[in-house]
Design a protein around this ligand. Sequence first.
Ligand code: NAD
Ligand code: GLY
Length: 361
Amino acid sequence: MKRVVEVQLGVRSYPVTIAPGLLDDPAAIKATVTGRHALIVSNEVVAPLALERVRQALATHGLASVVLPDGEVQKSLASTDRLLTALAKMGASRDATLIALGGGVIGDLAGFAAALWMRGVPFVQIPTTLLAMVDSSVGGKTAVNLTQGKNLVGAFHQPRAVLIDPNLLATLPKRELRAGFAEVVKYGAIGDHAFFSWLEHHAEALLMLKSDSTVEAIERSVRHKAGVVARDEREDGERALLNFGHTFGHAIETLGEYHGLNHGEAVAVGMVLAAELSARIGMASSADLNRLNDLLVRLGLPTRIPPAYAAEKLLDAMRLDKKALSGQIRLILWRGIGHAEIVASVPEAKILETLRAGGAV
Ligand code: NAD
Ligand code: GLY
């Protein structure tokens, strides 16, 4: 059951291969690495599950690995320094390949180090969370955080290949799995009504990680993202639609000081708020809002703002979000399932009403 999606970017095109058991195929891993040196980047949670298989597959290369502690805090300049130093110590040159073996944290970090080493060397994404499989491993956004904010330092640097083994999801904590489903639902919500309906029919199978359904959901998500990235690599236009629910979501994450809802949960709430606002300003029907809400609930995701979050503070955080251009809050709203749009200036009073209707005080 192997599926391959090509991200079409001319000479920088690359395949995303999705196959249960892919990590047990050394030849498939080896084929992605051409140079003499390979640096595998992973973390303390993922390494015991998968590092040895990748090491064995690349045994003929000059090989090193860096296993970092777990957590978003590792997406830092200090960790970048650690990876670059490891490359220097192994005597790597421009023929080095970095291999990101982990979730979005490891992928964003290793990709960023690959963009920097000798002005850019290849890297391979082996995503191990659902979010990384359907979103962060595809599209070439790499970044680390500063204390002043998330993803403030980064580069567009496309991977050479993405290897997705859905069997890795068996060990993923259920909360992380559900968070990944928020991004899967997003693809249906913003541009693919048929996929949204398919998700409605397969929600329970997906939660049980039924293999056929899981592969299908990952493939359709990756295919959607690959198409958007091919048409708008640098987010000059259409790629911004992938931020549906994210401006609301980031505000909720910020107010929770990143200890409340996780990213996928906050995006789930954010998508419902975006749909609610769309209905409130007459862009979309409440019927579609209800379908979105119901699907997210069935996938175990929250759809309301946690108690005691102040609407005014959420609005302040939304103004600071990078999607707020020239003082106006720019939002991704929708006309209904499958039809998202960028709306350049949304009346703040309507946003406040939406936040209060969504549970803020
Ligand atoms: P993560 O990388 O922190 O992984 C979540 C948790 O799952 C971690 O504790 C991790 O160690 C653990 N884990 C990973 N794989 C596992 C497995 N197979 N079994 C058991 N545990 C496993 O988080 P994430 O949700 O994958 O990624 C979030 C990051 O991705 C954020 O930093 C975000 O900014 C970034 N992101 C980037 C993009 C992009 O386009 N580059 C898009 C979305 C998100
Ligand atoms: N995750 C949004 C993007 O890649 O553009």
